[in-house]
Each structure stands twice: as C-alpha cells, then as structure tokens.
Design a protein around this ligand. Structure first.
Ligand code: AHR
Length: 827
C-alpha cells in the first residue's frame, strides 16, 4: 500500500520546456525519413569520398588524416547494408541497355560533386532501388523532378516498376539540350508495391546527364515537405523543444564533414551534400529551414547545436585553428541571422526567399556536442563570448561542467546511455544537485544496454528518471531522448524512439510515456511525501580504492575474509611494492588512453577495484600507511560500470563488441568513504558529480604506521571503522518502485504515478486541495518485455479512461508495470 500526501503549501514553478526531442541524421533519419526522399543517391555523390581522406584499395573504408577508419563500401556505407544489393559503382542506380558514369566536372551547381551521364540504347533504362524499395501505393500521388539535359531534344519516360517488370505509374518528360533544366512529373500508382523501383526509360538512343533527382510523396505534413506519419508521431509526444542537428554529426569525422549551417539551407539541389558520420552520404533535405518550420508547426522551441571548432573527439579528432575556427564562428552567426535576422540581411533574405519572411525564434544554442577537455574549454569560451554578446537573450549550453574550469556555464548538457536498472534506480539523482549551479539539460538518454532495450520495462525505467527531472525544476530544465528515428534497414544505433521503413512506422513504448509526461504538465510542482513498502532493489557492486594523488602506500586488501590483489585499475596504477602497493599517479601511458583522449582530464589519481564478485553485503578492509605525505584517499563501495560484459549493448549488426578492457570513469558509479588527512566523509559519485553523504568529521589516525580501514556494506548502507573502532554509519535513501510527481494549474491536479513492479499497487492520495471524485486518466501498461513493431505498432500504447474515487478516500490502483497520469478537476 502506498500513501501520497500532497502538500499544497509548497509550490514551485515547473520547468516550462522540460520535455523535448532530439533530431539527428542517424540511421538515415533525414533523407529517407522525416524528409521523405524516395530516391537513394539522388545527387549521385554517395561514392565520392570526403576531402582529406584516403579510400582503401578494396573500397571498404576511407581513412581520415588523423587515422580514423570509416565504413565506406564504395559509398553504400556499412558492409551489411552493401551486401544486400548487387554491386553497383553508383550506389542505388542500375542500368539496363544503357551505360552510366559519374561526371565530376559538368555538374549542376558549384556545390555539387557529381552528375550522372547516361548513354541510353533505344529502350534503355536506369533504375533506382530507393532505400530498400521505392514504395508505390495505389492512388497516392508522388512528385518527381530532376535537373537534366540531353544531346538533343528528346522524351524520357519516368515511372515506377514492380520487381516483375510491370509499370505501376509513368509520365513523359521533355528533355532539352544545353544547360541543366528542371523537369517535373506527377506519378499516380495503379497498384500497391512497397518494393518497386523508380525507372527512367528512353525510347530512342540518346545521351543524357542528370544533375539532381527527387521523388517525394505529394502529401506531406501541413504541406511543408515532411513525412506525415512520422511528424504525427512526434506530435504524440507533445514536446516543448527540439534539439538539432546532432549529436556526433555536428562534429563530423574531419574538417570536411564537420556540419556547417550553410550545408543545410537554400534550394536542396544547391545544398552541399556531405558524408554523414553515421556511415552514409546525405543531401541534408531536412535542413535548418525545415527544422525551424517544424518547430513552429509543432509549437516547439528551437535548440540549435553548433560545431565549435573540432571534429568528433571519439573518432581521432582534428582541432580547428585560425581561419577554420573563424569559419565555424561565422557559421554560428549566419545561422542566427538566418533564423532571426531582418530580411535586409543576407541570411534573413534567404529565409524570406525560402518562404518565411517573419523571423523564427531560437531560444537555446548548444556549443558543441559531447566535447570536453582543454581543447574544448578554450573554444567554448570564444563561442560563448561572441554569442552572448550578439544574442544576450539566447540561453547558451555547455557540453561539460565548464563551471569547474571557472567558465560561465548557464546550462550543461549531460548524456546517459545505460541499462534499465540504472534509470530505475536513479529517479532521485538530481535531488542532490546544487540548486545554484548550472541548469541541467539531459540532452541524450536511453536504455541502450543490457536486456529489454526498447521494451515497456525500459520505458518505465526511463519514465522514472524523467520524473526525477520533473521533480527538480530548479536544476533540470530540458530533457531529450536519443536518437529519434531509425530506418530499420539502416540501423547504426539501437534503440531509436521511432522506427520506419518506406511505408510503415511505429514507436517504442516510451514515446507514449513521453506523450503522457509532455501532455500533462501543470504550472507548479507540489511537494509530496510518499510512504510505500515497495522499495527499489538494493545497491550492489565491487569494492576498491582511490588514491587522490601520487604515492599512497597500502597493503592487505581483504574482502569477505580473503586477501585480494588489485583486480582492475580504472585509472593510473597500483604498483606492487614490498608486501603492498604504491599508487603511481604520475604516468600518462595508461592502457586506458582511449578514455583519456575522449574525456581528457588530469591523470593525477589512481582508482582500482579489489573484488571479483559484485555484492550488496561485503566486509572489506585495507591497511593504509599514514603520515603527513599520505594523499587524500577513499575506500570505494558498490563500484559498478555500465559497460561491463553483462550490460553492454550489441553492435547494430547483432555482434558482440566484447568487453572493454578499460572503464570510462564517467560511466562508473560508486560510493566512498574518503579520508582527507585528518577528516573523513562519505560521498556518492557518478559522472564527475560528487555528492557528499554527510558532513566532514575529524578522524583520529596513528601517524607513521599502517592504519586498518574497514567498511561493512549491507542492504541499507555501510558502517565504517578505523583500527577496529566504529567511526560512522552511512545510509542512502532507499527509493520506491512507486514514484510520483504532482503538478497543478488553475483547473487541475496532475498526479503522475509510476509502478515499476510486478504487482498492482493501491495508492491513496491525501491533499487539502478539494477535487471532484470523477477523474480522467491515461495509462500505459503491459508485460515488461512487450515492445511495438512495424507489424504490431500499437501493442503498447496509452489508454485514456475515466474513474471515480470511492467516497471516503482518493484511492487509485496502479496496475503492475504501469505509468498512469490522473487528471483531477479542482472544485
Ligand atoms: O544519439 C547517438 C549519439 O550518441 C550522438 O550522436 C552522440 O552525441 C552520442 O554519442
């Protein structure tokens, strides 16, 4: 039984933009997805490698100047994607009774890298197979256009053809000699076939050159060119903002592929296409204008992410200097001018030309994506100062806790990719964040590891995490699940909120939870007291030690009565030294250099673990030599890393990447008992956030000799001893598997109730706010392993219903594994 007392005396304003979306062109989310282009390689540039890269002899990879190897497969991208189709040197295009070659010189526009030259025999044909089939639906019109020229005036037939060779739709276009000219056709299929091809046929022998082609549905969302079913699914989330355009694509693989605003505006046939770091070429059909228009259409704020002068730090980065750095700053300023500038400005005028003379609004700018370390800090400062000066009202977001570096940091973007257990246990993470620190944007989060990825169980765990964000409006201002879209034939990441093929779409159960969260906001948060006997699972993990400096000497780590050695070093080295260990924090040749490159930080401490079994209950002791030179050190407890073998995720092709031999420190969670010379204190640590569990207190140690430190952990906390003497007990709050957030506006109380357990749970609400007995509610429930699919898209979906409280109590029974939102009308 759970009781929730709603304290109507204590109201705090809710964070108005809390629930948002994050669009990144990953898994072919842009061209082929929200931007419903049906012709793959419509610009014929897919097989052109990026600048400053070298293609391997077999065409399988290209390699950047800094040595990063990327799947290329002659332009098809991942090898698994390429293996699906017969080889063609011009991806997606095939010729019958015709020959094709790329022309790299006589192109449509200076931004185009190639055109397609075709010599047709009489009756010859070229064919595009789309993104695993071009979908024809009986009676549903498609619009085709191309920029084309021929050696003489001629007629070409464009159409859709089934595998069996039947023409399902066709139209004739007249092609002229001279320069590239636009031709248009409307195709209305007479039959349905999701696996058709698009064809261009010439009755007579001729030579033609195609500068750019396109085939799109006539009907799009609000006539603004986006795929209707996908935007309608976005609408279900009732989101308050959208982050765009990435993600790692913002950073790119090198200077050439780093994303620039100017790649994404203007007529699509003039936009420079670029190799996208998620393994394919894109023409950026869903560009900056389309993004701002979508924000306007769905009533979302815009949160724009800019490249801040570096390529992806996880992929052998390049750090831009001088002119390259200036160019990136210009790009940021031009984007702002495009969005908000007067039509007398260069980019304001372009916006008007694209059909939107009124300014759009950009509320947030994020400086970089997942960047960190000294190279980031200096660039962040340059961008921060320039943007702040030019746009003082725009809220600037840092990728890292740059406030620690003394930099101005209004918002910090934190990313969480973990197992469902992490989200199920972390509903109160932000309760401990300082209220006067930077505001938090949870810019990317998802259950990506372990079992039950993409299921209802994950959705409920993620909901728990978001309730924790909503409960802390002074700290967490924005959240966005990642990634948003997946064309199921081009998976580069798993899972993705919405998945689709060329004619169907579906969403993870979590999308419906987001709709319930986003659609029932309320203006103020009310404080609540929850009493429940449904408690979250216990903490568990390894034990270990941190030396916050060079030279700590320790010996005899004993775990559950057995002497142990160092099982794993997370940072630095514990070197064997006589009958013990010496902490070597001086060396930078760590075998975990990868993690250091990615998240550079001072290598001035050593962190290791001693046990080989995770446990809730452990008795652990270690002897540490204490004198005035002993650095601060900590016994670490319940150490747990989300990249361990049992929780790591599979690769997109289903293979297991194998265990990492290093642990990223920011993915390692633990508690400590920390001794800092003559004081002791306990902390909880995760993602560089250090949360004290109690006040520091003096500790009495024997100088010039080994002291024995012992910790006994149990299901509720841990007891700490020195030299056999009890020092303190540390307890963390145990969190419920029933969680809630209550908000209100003038008319309603919104009671969000999560039951993350296997049995139903009656919940009684107590409040001084008078409400009617009749209420409406939304409910998401099912079996924990339930998931949606293209075949059964609504298996896990929100049910809307009404209920009536009994006369004597406001009691509602939460079904097992459920999320409910009750809307109570105030009297
Ligand atoms: O969401 C997928 C990727 O995860 C994003 O591109 C990147 O920011 C993160 O590493």
């Amino acid at each position: 039984m759970t009781q929730i007392i709603i304290n109507e005396q204590n109201r705090r304003p809710a964070a108005p933009d809390l629930y948002g979306l994050f669009f990144e062109d990953i898994n072919r989310a842009g061209d082929s997805g929200i931007y419903p282009e049906m012709l793959r390689n419509r610009s014929f540039e897919d097989s052109v490698e990026p600048l400053e890269t070298t293609v391997t002899e077999d065409g399988a990879y290209f390699i950047t100047k800094t040595g990063f190897r990327e799947d290329f497969s002659h332009g098809e991208g991942c090898a698994a994607w390429a293996a699906r189709h017969p080889y063609t040197p011009i991806p997606a295009w095939y010729a019958e009774n015709a020959s094709m070659e790329l022309d790299r010189v006589d192109v449509l526009h200076k931004n185009r890298l190639a055109a397609l030259k075709v010599d047709f025999e009489a009756g010859g044909m070229i064919r595009n197979i789309g993104y695993v089939g071009v979908s024809a639906e009986e009676g549903t019109p498609l619009l085709f256009y191309a920029f084309v020229k021929a050696d003489r005036e001629t007629t070409l037939t464009v159409g859709l053809r089934s595998k069996e060779g039947a023409l399902l739709a066709s139209a004739d276009v007249t092609v002229l000699p001279g320069s590239y000219t636009r031709v248009d056709a409307r195709l209305v299929p007479t039959a349905t076939d999701p696996d058709a091809s698009f064809v261009i046929i010439s009755k007579e022998a001729c030579s033609a050159a195609f500068g750019f082609t396109s085939l799109m549905p006539e009907e799009t969302f609000m006539g603004h060119g986006l795929r209707k079913d996908l935007v309608e699914l976005l609408g279900v989330t009732k989101s308050q903002f959208m982050r765009y355009p990435g993600g790692c694509v913002v950073e790119g693989l090198n200077r050439d592929t780093a994303l620039r605003f100017t790649d994404t505006v203007g007529p699509v046939w003039e936009r420079p296409g670029k190799w996208n770091l998620w393994h394919y070429h894109t023409t950026n059909g869903f560009g900056f204008h389309e993004y701002l228009q979508l924000c306007e259409d769905l009533n979302m704020e815009a949160l724009y992410v800019i490249n801040c002068g570096m390529s992806c730090q996880a992929r052998n980065p390049e750090f831009f200097l001088d002119d390259d750095m200036d160019e990136m700053l210009d790009q940021a300023m031009w984007a702002m001018e495009y969005a908000m500038g007067d039509i007398s400005t260069k980019y304001g005028a372009l916006r008007a030309e694209m059909g939107h003379p009124e300014p759009f609004c950009i509320k947030y700018i994020e400086i970089g994506n997942e960047n960190d370390g000294p190279e980031y800090y200096s660039r962040y400062k340059v961008f921060y100062d320039a943007l702040q000066k030019a746009y003082p009202d725009v809220i600037l977001i840092s990728n890292a806790h740059t406030e620690v570096q003394g930099l101005p940091t209004p918002y910090v973007d934190e990313h969480y990719y973990c197992d469902w257990q992490y989200f199920a246990q972390s509903g109160h993470l932000y309760d401990h964040y300082p209220k006067d620190g930077p505001k938090i944007f949870i810019g990317e989060y998802a259950v990506t590891r372990g079992h039950d990825v993409g299921t209802l169980r994950s959705a409920l765990a993620e909901t728990n995490f978001l309730l924790g964000a909503e409960r802390n409006p002074e700290v967490v201002k924005l959240t966005a699940y990642a990634p948003l879209f997946e064309n199921i034939h081009y998976r580069a990441w798993n899972p993705n909120l919405i998945f689709f093929d060329n004619h169907r779409s579906a969403a993870l159960p979590f999308l419906y939870a987001l709709g319930m969260l986003g659609g029932n906001r309320g203006r103020d948060i009310l404080d609540v007291t929850v009493t429940t006997d449904k408690l979250a699972p216990e903490k568990f993990g390894f034990v270990g030690m941190i030396a916050y400096g060079h030279g700590l000497r320790m010996k005899k780590p004993v775990v559950n009565g057995k002497e142990r050695s160092v099982e794993k070093e997370i940072l630095g080295y514990f070197l064997e030294d006589g009958d013990g260990y010496f902490a070597d924090a001086s060396r930078n040749d760590s075998k975990r250099l990868d993690s250091v490159t990615r998240y550079p930080f001072q290598m001035d401490y050593v962190n290791g673990i001693f046990s080989d079994k995770k446990a809730t209950e452990t008795v652990y002791s270690v002897k540490v030599f204490i004198d005035e030179n002993t650095p601060k050190f900590a016994l670490t407890l319940w150490v747990h890393n989300t990249t361990e073998p049992e929780v790591r995720s599979l690769r997109p092709d289903g293979t297991d990447p194998g265990a990492k031999d290093f642990w990223l420190i920011n993915e390692t969670e633990y508690y400590t008992w920390t001794i800092d010379h003559n004081t002791e204190r306990a902390y909880y640590l995760y993602r560089y956030q250090e949360q004290p569990m109690n006040e520091a207190a003096p500790i009495s140690l024997r100088m010039g000799e080994y002291n024995e430190f012992t910790v006994k952990t149990d299901a509720l906390g841990y007891d700490c001893y020195v030299n056999g003497e009890f020092v303190r007990r540390v307890e963390d709050r145990k969190y419920g598997r029933v969680e809630t957030v209550v908000t209100e506006d003038e008319e309603y109380l919104y009671v969000k109730l999560l039951n993350n357990s296997e049995t139903e749970e009656p919940v009684t609400l107590k409040t001084g706010i008078a409400c009617e007995r009749e209420y409406s509610y939304e409910l998401l429930t099912g079996a924990p392993a339930d998931r949606n699919s293209l075949e059964d898209p609504c298996k896990v979906n929100t049910k809307v219903a009404t209920g009536t409280f009994p006369e004597d109590a406001m009691t509602y029974t939460c079904p097992a594994w459920s999320f409910s939102v009750l809307k109570l009308r105030k009297k």
